[in-house]
Design a protein around this ligand. Structure first.
Ligand code: SAM
Length: 203
């Protein structure tokens, strides 16, 4: 019980500091986190890494580790310094990076295979340009044949910002979460690795 109260207090503090980044009043339940983690398998970590975006207080991180993802194969990206510090304290063997998901490729060694990206980012509350830039990073960073997992509280309608060509392969409702949520899994088609060439900065 103590850990739930600690997580709830941290979420409320983060929400007060930056409501659009947090996008929720509550940490995800173990059911929602378990459904997110159920979309991946330890096999995916054999020849690649898995990246978690927007870890918050860590319910999904915990579920991924319980699912058998080796901590050394899990990169956790969390923008809030207070939450990133908390995650590192709870899961000292996981590679935690305190940065915006829009910069995720910068923290990966060249030619890293990214088998899955598991995101709890609140795309419906983030500024549109931030969401677009994060999804561009997802599109470029995820290896072909890899999966993108996202939850949303919008139970009907399409998820926004999903890259063209990504195919939805699974939808799971999680009614016993506050609020009820939906987990969707998208597959990046094989042979569709995108090489991005960044334009030189203008002076
Ligand atoms: C809806 S909360 C989810 C937290 C946790 N995964 C859970 O399920 O309870 C969203 C999290 O995304 C983080 N976040 C928001 N914008 C971000 C960004 N651009 N890059 C990385 N993390 C971000 C917030 O700080 C917050 O911890």
């Amino acid at each position: 019980m103590k850990i739930e109260i600690e997580r709830q207090m941290l979420v409320l503090k983060a929400l007060a500091r930056n409501p659009r980044d947090m996008g929720t009043l509550f940490p995800s339940s173990s059911r929602l986190a378990g459904t997110m983690a159920g979309a991946v398998s330890p096999r995916m970590a054999k020849n690649g890494v898995l990246i978690e975006l927007g870890a918050g207080t860590g319910p999904v991180t915990e579920a991924l580790l319980k699912r058998g993802i080796p901590p050394k194969r899990l990169i956790v990206i969390e923008k809030s310094p207070a939450l990133a510090e908390y995650i590192l304290k709870c899961f000292p063997h996981v590679d935690v990076r305190c940065l915006g998901a829009e910069e995720m490729s910068a923290c990966l060694p060249e030619r890293t295979r990214v088998s899955a990206i598991i995101s709890s980012l609140p795309f419906r509350s983030l500024p549109k340009e931030v969401s677009v830039s994060i999804m561009r990073e997802v599109e470029c960073t995820l290896s072909s044949g890899g999966i993108f997992v996202q939850f949303t509280y919008a139970l009907v309608g399409k998820m926004p910002f999903i890259p063209a060509g990504f195919r939805r392969v699974r939808t799971r409702l999680v009614p016993f979460n506050v609020p009820p949520a939906k987990v969707e899994v998208y597959l990046k088609p094989r042979g569709k690795d995108i090489i991005t060439v960044r334009a030189p900065a203008e002076h």
